[in-house]
Design a protein around this ligand. Structure first.
Ligand SMILES: Cc1cc2nc3c(=O)[nH]c(=O)nc-3n(C[C@H](O)[C@H](O)[C@H](O)COP(=O)(O)OP(=O)(O)OC[C@H]3O[C@@H](n4cnc5c(N)ncnc54)[C@H](O)[C@@H]3O)c2cc1C
Ligand code: FES
Ligand code: FES
Length: 481
């Protein structure tokens, strides 16, 4: 049985389809049609809801796309929808701001915008324009235009985030903590379909041994699409989001250890401290709703050739800590991707942690080339980790690329061609040429092979320009190119 709060109503579900999404639960089971369905694939934000959960002695409010979230993941959380915001007939300050600043025309997108703005209101007292843009980048509006919507969000700055939810916060936190104390692990069953929520790594390992064909769900931002778009019906789903050993990110003496179930949003602050260029890339990965759910572990296991984090992990020489049964092994990331969407993960295995060695003496450059700045998949993603000596010569280089081959891959020939040369426009010429022997990229809807190769070569030049002209206009991954 799973238990969660729908605002202040305690919901218990036991005999329930494991593939039921939060959106279907709301609209079909509960008749709460304020939350809309647009794309059903995580792109438009019409279905945005807010989930609150205890974190650091408070409640943490995050926006997510209910269309690609399985209801089982709500165990021990509070689900808030647009219907819960008004109080005794009065609009919530977020709703009132949208009315006052004319932020809605046809209104179909509006509940999603409201919920994204509400999550921002609850987590940031004085949002800047870039905070607002970040919060709303996963919500599409075709009628109103963004100016009045952004104005509405900005008008909320400094309001103190006081509302009925702050008044109820202590009670809700205690209720949610109690649910998890009573049932740290839980499950849903319908016929022979099951959704398991293990709370320890041992339990997860045993479940995978018992159900070798089970599918793991972390954020579900890839996996849920196989259910909502390809109509697959996996018999057993196992959620990793409650596994204690996979839920933390911490720094050891010489590495960052990121749990396989840690969302991008939770990982971002520590990554920002140690690998700012990596954290900046995350700003360009999906939307805030996607980053609140999606994990680096899921990005690696999904093994897409255009996943954004593998190129960086390749450049940083990360290791994947995999576990199957009681057997644990650390697989260097450059041995992990064995073919198109194939990995070296052992049978019935899972990614418990990702280890990134700390290497403050090296330079890291990360670039993502896509058609839009926000919420777009890469045509090419590149990450360069370089050791450069006092004379300006490259002493070691690791170049990771996505979008250039059937798997994320290192450019071994280009790496060799960089070593011993000055990191200058002239010094990188041989490496730019060598990239053509490392990769023969394909043409597809995102880019032609010729474009991809040229862009990869030019990104090396862009790194040189960044390195040698630190005072010029920024060229970082978060800037328009
Ligand atoms: C609208 C939208 C935008 C997106 N934008 C981007 C983008 O810009 N860049 C990008 O790279 N990706 C993007 N994605 C894809 C997706 O968000 C990422 O790949 C994300 O990191 C997947 O993580 P997840 O936790 O949601 O994985 P899930 O969907 O839960 O799982 C993905 C796969 O990994 C397996 N898995 C999950 N965790 C583990 C584990 N610990 N051990 C072993 N196997 C595991 C699952 O079984 C599944 O096969 C986007 C997706 C959507 C819907
Ligand atoms: S319906 Fe479009 S993101 Fe969910
Ligand atoms: S008001 Fe119509 S889509 Fe936004």
């Amino acid at each position: 049985m799973i238990r969660f709060l729908l605002n202040d109503e305690l919901v218990s579900l036991e005999d329930c389809s494991p593939e039921l999404t939060v959106l279907e639960f709301l609209r079909t089971n509960k008749g709460r049609t304020g939350t809309k369905e647009g794309c059903a694939s995580g792109d438009c934000g019409a279905c945005t809801v807010v989930v609150a959960e205890p974190a650091g002695g408070q409640l943490r409010y995050t926006s997510l796309n209910s269309c690609i979230t399985f209801v089982g993941t709500l165990h021990g959380k509070q689900l808030l929808t647009v219907e819960h915001l008004e109080q005794s007939g009065a609009l919530h300050p977020v709703q009132q701001a949208m009315v006052d600043l004319h932020g809605s025309q046809c209104g179909y997108c509006t509940p999603g915008f409201i919920m994204s703005m509400f999550a921002l209101y609850k987590s940031c007292d004085t949002p800047s324009r870039s905070d607002v843009e970040r919060a709303l980048a996963g919500n599409l509006c075709r009628c109103t235009g963004y100016r009045p919507i952004i104005d509405a969000a900005l008008s909320l700055a400094g309001r103190g985030a006081k509302d009925q939810f702050s008044d109820a916060e202590t009670r809700v936190r205690e209720q949610l903590t109690q649910i998890l104390k009573d049932a740290p692990s839980a499950s849903l069953t319908q016929d022979d379909h099951r959704f398991y929520i293990p709370s320890t790594s041992d339990e997860l390992a045993s479940l995978l041994q018992a159900y070798p064909r089970a599918k793991l769900v972390a954020g579900g931002t890839d996996l849920a699409l196989s259910v909502t778009q390809q109509l697959q019906q996996p018999e057993v789903l196992i959620y990793t989001g409650r596994v204690a050993e996979m839920a933390e990110i911490r720094k050891s003496e010489d590495a960052l250890l990121i749990g396989g179930g840690v969302s991008y949003s939770v990982a971002e602050p520590l990554l920002h401290k140690h690998f700012p260029a990596f954290a900046d890339l995350l700003e360009r990965l999906g939307s805030l709703q996607i980053r609140n759910q999606g994990t680096i572990g899921g990005n690696i296991a999904n093994a897409s050739p255009i996943g954004d984090t593998p190129p960086v992990l390749l450049a940083l020489n990360a290791k994947i800590h995999a576990r199957s049964g009681n057997h644990c092994e650390a697989i260097p990331v450059d041995q992990f991707f064995t073919g198109y969407r194939e990995t070296a993960l052992p049978e019935q295995g899972f990614i418990e942690q990702i280890e990134i060695p700390l290497q403050p003496e090296r330079e890291l450059y990360v670039f993502k080339i896509s058609k839009r700045l926000d919420d777009d998949i890469s045509a090419v993603c590149a990450a360069f980790s370089l050791s450069i000596d006092d004379c300006g010569a490259v002493t070691d280089a690791r170049l990771g690329f996505g979008g250039m081959a059937a798997t994320p891959a290192r450019a071994i020939n280009a790496e060799q061609a960089l070593i011993g040369k000055p990191f200058t426009e002239e010094g990188i010429k041989a490496a730019q040429t060598a990239l053509a022997s490392d990769f023969s990229p394909i043409d597809d809807v995102r880019a032609s092979g010729e474009y991809r190769l040229m862009v990869a070569q030019n990104l090396l030049l862009r790194a040189v320009l960044e390195q040698n002209n630190p005072t010029q206009e920024p060229l970082e991954v978060v800037q328009y190119a």
